[in-house]
Design a binder for this molecule. Sequence first.
Ligand code: ZN
Length: 376
Amino acid sequence: MTYLSLTGSDTRMDSRNSVLVNPLPQRCERCHFPDIDFVPQPYRLIDARTKNPNDLAPAELGNFLVRQRAKDVLEIVIPGQCAFYPTVLRKTGEQSSWFLAVPNGWIDTGQAKADIERCSACGEPKSAHWGSQYDYSQTLAPVSGDAEIFKAAHWSSSVREWSKDWTEQDWIYRHLLISPRLYHLLKQLKLKGLVEATCGSETKPTSADQQWIAKKRALLIEQGRRTEPPSESKRSSLATIYSGQASNRPAPPRSYLEFVTAHGPKSYFHVDEQEGFTVQLLEPSDLDYVHYRRGVLRSEDEETNEIDGVMFAETLHGDCLCFDFSGDVTEPSVVIYLHEMNYFEPYAANFTECLQRLEGVGSSETSERSRINKTL
Ligand SMILES: [Zn+2]
C-alpha cells in the first residue's frame, strides 16, 4: 500500500514561528523530551488564522484541523480512525469552528540512525534531523491498525538539547500520511486545505481506489450527507445579490414540497438504468437559489443562458437537477445541468414526471444496496 505525505499552509493555527500555542508537558525528566502524543485541553488556536476558508488545515505533530463538514465526512467514511477535540480561540476562549483531528493510526516512516546517541532514561534520540540523521522506512508499514490516515510513529528535529520550556529552536516534526483513495475522496468532496507533498505530479488513484471512493460517496448519500460544498462558498458576489432579495426566490412547486415533506430527502440509485447514476433530493432549506439562475453560468449554449434554474437534487458525479422558472412558475419544468459541458438539458416536464423517471424500473435503494453488497 502507498501512502502520501500531506502538507498545507505554513501559517499554522496552532503555532507561530514553530512555537506551539499549546505547550506540551515534559515526558522525560533527564532529556526534557516533550510528550508529543499529549493533546492539551482546551486546544487553543490563533484567532485570526481560524478565518482560513478551507475545511482542512495542517496542525503540529502529525495532527490536522477540520471544520464540521470534514469531521462529518471522516466520521462516516473512516469511523474511529481519528479522535476529534474541540478547539477554542486563544484570546477570547470562545469555541472555534475547527476541531483538532488526531489520527489513531501510526505508521513507520523511519527513525534516527542507530549511531545517534539516545537518552539513557527514555531512549529517545538526542537529535533526529530529517536530512542527515534519519534512516527512512522503505515500506511505510502501519505500526498500528489498518487505517487510511496515519501520523508518523517517529519524529524528526534538528534540536540537540531539549529545553525545559518550548522555545523557537525546539521545533519538532511528525509527518501526516494518507492513503491515495482517501486523499482523492476528500479532493472530490472539495474538502480543501491539505495537499500531497510532492515535487512531481500528484499520485493518481487506481481503479480499485476509484471503486472505494464511489462506495464511500454512496455511503455519504445514504447517510444524508451532501457531497457538494455548501453553496455560499462559490461565486460569493452573485450569492450576495440573490440572497438579499426574497423576490428572487421563486416558490418551489407544491408537488416537490409535499413529496419531500412526506418522504424526506430521498436518494435514487441506478437512475435511467445507468450504473453509478445516483440522485439525492435536497430539503427545501438546501435548495440552491444562486448558482444556476439566469445569467450565472455563462454557457456557450444560448438556451442554457435563458434558463432560470433552482437546484433541488444533486448527483454523485457533479451534475444536478434544477427547476426552470423561466417558463411555468407553478409547475416548472425540470432540467439537468451537465457540469462537464456547462449546459442544461431538458429532463422532465415537471416534478411529478421527474419522480417517475427517478423511480424508473429496477432502481430502488434496496437493489442498490444489494448490488453494493455483492461487489464487496
Ligand atoms: Zn529522555
